[in-house]
Design a protein around this ligand. Sequence first.
Ligand SMILES: *[C@@H]1O[C@H](CO)[C@@H](O)[C@H](O)[C@H]1NC(C)=O
Ligand SMILES: *[C@@H]1O[C@H](CO)[C@@H](O)[C@H](O)[C@H]1NC(C)=O
Length: 215
Amino acid sequence: MPQGGTAASSSSHVRRIARRTRDSCAAALANTLCSLLLGLLLVAAVVLFVLWLGLRPHRPRFNIASFSVAGGLDPDYSPAGTSLAFNVTDRNPNRHIGIYYDAMHASVHFYDALVASGPAFAARWYQPNKTTTSITGLLDVLGPATTDASWPSFSAAVRSGRVPLRLQLTTAIRFRVTNAFHSGRQRMHVSCDLLVGVDGNLLPESHGAACNRYF
Ligand SMILES: *[C@@H]1O[C@H](CO)[C@@H](O)[C@H](O)[C@H]1NC(C)=O
Ligand SMILES: *[C@@H]1O[C@H](CO)[C@@H](O)[C@H](O)[C@H]1NC(C)=O
């Protein structure tokens, strides 16, 4: 019996050692696999970040090229009934990414008063990578009327020869990364602050002025 007892206890001792060795081996293996996996994840994250830095879409840039109110402005008469023409250059700065535009709406304000409003580009269109497009429009001038609350300050601005107007373009864009991959649609407001003289044309300091974009 003591012999058998010793044999049994030594065999259970061996089993214990074997189990402990196996457990610690498994733990070490799991550890190695875990570190390897974490390392791979880290490398993938860095690669994705670098790719994103290089490929992320840049938003288009807008500059005012020309703007004119037909017949000019008069401090004693409302410009309503005439028309105004604008030309804004639109640059897609992306080397590989094209831009889809929804139909575009244009409006012109003198501070809060509406001067003109209407469609600029009535249909959807596509702008290829690294190209510049001219967005032109011809709008009916609606105001301000001489009876409007804004008239005195409008008239005074015309008299001073510097009329601050804001041309706003509203649309939505999507980036085309590849044939199969497009970004989601996002609303875009382009706001161009410009100064117009009595002749109805841009003052020199507004030529080529950059427009702000809001998303
Ligand atoms: C708009 O302005 C751009 C840049 O000055 C010019 O190249 C283009 O011909 C103009 N477009 C129209 C219709 O006047
Ligand atoms: C526009 O993108 C395509 C596809 O990435 C490319 O082959 C082409 O050279 C690009 N065009 C310009 C002008 O960069």
